[in-house]
Design a protein around this ligand. Structure first.
Ligand SMILES: C[S@@+](CC[C@H](N)C(=O)[O-])C[C@H]1O[C@@H](n2cnc3c(N)ncnc32)[C@H](O)[C@@H]1O
Length: 449
């Protein structure tokens, strides 16, 4: 019998390969089809995420065994080979015989003609040794520096080129490596209904004790190990929101105060909207927009779970929102290329292209320009992304300030951030993932004159 974890990982990965599905959603879907033990769930997740994360390197390792080229293979067969090489080379505690025999069984089920081919490739791969770093050493000799980093960390060449150009080789190397480490689960305590201490004790009462207080945000807790927070009563009862600790730094930059009228232009799934509401003690009004109806519903659902009443979740394009009367403050948490969140969304490596960046910068500048027009004089506009490319970050901010000819100015955020970050502020702050093991974010604040 094929292990349920491998079966689930296979069904996830084949949807990512064939239908360009998002790996997190495809995995959720596959997990919902079959009751798995917690251990199998964790293994299915590791195989699915790891195979997507390491695809570029895996393909280089596999290429010598497939004379006709990987592209000649059916997606089903390629998926089985990729996930098997991932297990053999990155999850070396798994017994090799179980990996290969499940691969052959899977091939028999989904594409019987390929079973003996899968068997032959994996046997040869095993015979030649599964230490991927040793194997790369011989491949890497012929590669330039960018190609070596690309192969070592499994990111497309254009991403590596841009990160090295921005951060220098050494820091880019650390950023790329950080994107391959699994993300720690961090949660924000709902200050309207609980305290960090009461939540810590309630988690301990359920046997969850491996917890640390956040080092960047007062209301943050970091929970170690694999844990499905959404299954906890504490989550269902609205005492917690799952949010990366780095993301928690952004909403406070609006300096929200009780009774204000705030616009969150790109709000779904509502992580920052609900944080603003908590900071405003659920008074005043927050208009939370998103362009997709299903996503607007996720904002409304988050508010009802957290017992928040001050948010109006609305369908609409942020560029069309009327500021009549003007808002006290506006958050532009813009759609972006996502290079800061690749540890949680490994498929961004395959999904994003260089051409996307140019299209995104135009949308980002339009959103920010509009925000600056509909905020009241003296009001703040906070611009944020979860990417690390200056084209989508400080260059957007500087361009809009320049275009608006004195209507807005860059505002210093150093005093609103933890001391450990204050001296890193330039044109806003780029929080890179190797600094504090958070996801990567950019944040800046403008003030309407
Ligand atoms: C970075 S995400 C927002 C994350 C959210 N602020 C949070 O903290 O949970 C960007 C969101 O912008 C939405 N979006 C894209 N284009 C938009 C537009 N023109 N107007 C409003 N929302 C848009 C996307 O659907 C996506 O949900």
């Amino acid at each position: 019998m094929i292990s349920p974890a491998r079966w689930t990982a296979y069904h996830t990965l084949v949807r990512v390969a064939k239908d360009q599905a998002y790996v997190n959603l495809a995995l959720q879907h596959a997990l919902a089809k079959r009751e798995l033990s917690d251990r199998d769930k964790a293994l299915a997740t590791e195989i699915a995420y790891g195979t997507v994360r390491r695809q570029l390197t895996i393909d280089q390792l596999l290429a010598p065994y497939v004379r006709r080229g990987l592209r000649s293979m059916e997606s089903e067969t390629l998926t089985i080979l990729r996930m098997s090489v991932y297990q053999l080379s990155w999850l070396s505690k798994l017994p090799a015989y179980a990996v290969t025999s499940d691969a052959v069984e899977l091939a028999k089920r989904v594409n019987p003609r390929s079973a003996s081919f899968v068997n032959a490739v994996l046997r040869s791969y095993l015979r030649d040794g599964t230490d991927w770093e040793k194997r790369l050493d011989s491949l890497r000799e012929d590669f330039d520096d960018i190609a070596q980093l690309s192969l070592l960390h499994s990111y497309p060449r254009w991403m590596v080129t841009r990160l090295v150009a921005t951060y220098g080789r050494e820091r880019a190397d650390a950023i790329l490596a950080a994107g391959n480490r699994p993300g720690v689960t961090s949660v924000r305590v709902n200050a309207l209904r609980a305290s960090v201490e009461s939540v810590t004790s309630a988690l301990a009462a359920q046997g969850i004790v491996d917890i640390e207080r956040g080092s960047l945000y007062d209301g943050a807790l970091r929970i170690m190990g694999a844990i499905d927070v959404e299954r906890l009563d504490l989550y269902r009862d609205g005492l917690l929101t799952v949010q990366d600790e780095g993301a928690m730094l952004i909403a406070p930059l609006l300096r929200p105060e009780p009774g204000m009228r705030i616009l969150d232009m790109c709000a779904a799934p509502g992580g920052k909207t609900t944080q603003i509401a908590e900071l405003m003690r659920d008074t005043g009004v927050i208009d939370a927009y998103d362009v997709y109806m299903a996503k607007v519903q996720t904002i409304a659902d988050a508010c009802s779970r957290l017992h928040i009443a001050s948010v109006r979740a609305r369908l609409g394009d942020g560029r069309d929102v009327l500021g009549d009367p003007p808002y006290d403050a506006v958050l532009v948490d813009a759609p972006c290329s996502g290079l800061g969140v690749m540890r949680r969304r490994p498929d961004i490596r395959q999904r994003r292209t260089e051409a996307d960046v140019a299209a995104l910068t135009a949308l980002q500048a339009d959103l920010l320009r509009h925000a600056c027009r509909i905020v009241k004089p003296g009001g703040y506009v906070v611009y944020a992304t979860c990417t690390l490319l200056p084209e989508e970050n400080e260059q957007v901010v500087l361009r809009v300030i320049d275009e608006l000819e004195g209507a807005v100015s860059l505002d210093d955020i150093a005093g609103d951030l933890p001391a450990s970050l204050a001296d890193r502020v330039t044109v806003g702050l780029t929080l890179t993932p190797e600094m504090f093991a958070t996801d990567g974010f950019y944040m800046a604040r403008l003030r309407r004159n």
